[in-house]
Design a protein around this ligand. Structure first.
Ligand code: ZN
Ligand code: ZN
Length: 162
């Protein structure tokens, strides 16, 4: 746990995050793949532990019925993934490791949607927790059952991803 600063490519959006865990996760879902161009390597921090500077330049896209992604409206850098639906997974914000000024010192501890990872690359090291797409759907089904989403109409496969 430590304080880390970061920001987007152009510097319009900056942040200071406190009590940043050193454990990070990778998501190989299709949405993260397209959003990042590879996989989302991120660290999850309570919302209130992140202080933004230049918040006017943060654009937000509701990427699924339960989460949004923030980006810099000037340079396009991806800044965060956040669960917007009330419940067990709200209240946290996932910052991509690459937006930190010093992205060193993190430990990759889990990979999700591992069965969707392209065969073109793999992260080094062993001992990580791995979850398939189905594992994730089983785990996050709690989100789909939340009262705020009581009457979803024909959820598409996209909505099942992050
Ligand atoms: Zn920017
Ligand atoms: Zn994802």
């Amino acid at each position: 746990m430590t304080e880390r600063t970061g920001g987007c490519m152009c510097g319009a959006v900056r942040f200071t995050a406190t009590e940043v865990p050193d454990r990070i996760g990778a998501c190989h879902c299709e949405m993260c793949r397209r959003w990042t161009g590879s996989a989302l390597l991120g660290v999850t921090i309570p919302l209130e532990k992140v202080e933004w500077d230049g918040e006017d330049h943060i654009g937000r896209i509701q990427s699924s019925h339960w989460a949004e992604r923030g980006f810099c409206t000037k340079c396009g850098s991806g800044l965060y993934f956040r669960v917007t639906m009330e419940g067990d997974y709200s209240g946290g914000i996932e910052l991509p490791v690459g937006v930190f000024d010093d992205p060193n010192g993190f430990v990759l501890s889990n990979e999700i949607y591992i069965d969707h990872k392209p065969d073109s690359f793999a992260y080094a090291g062993e001992g990580r927790k791995l979850m398939t797409r189905q594992d994730c759907i089983d785990k996050f089904a709690v989100l789909a059952d939340a009262p705020q989403n009581a009457a979803p109409t024909g959820p598409s496969e996209k909505e099942e991803t992050r």
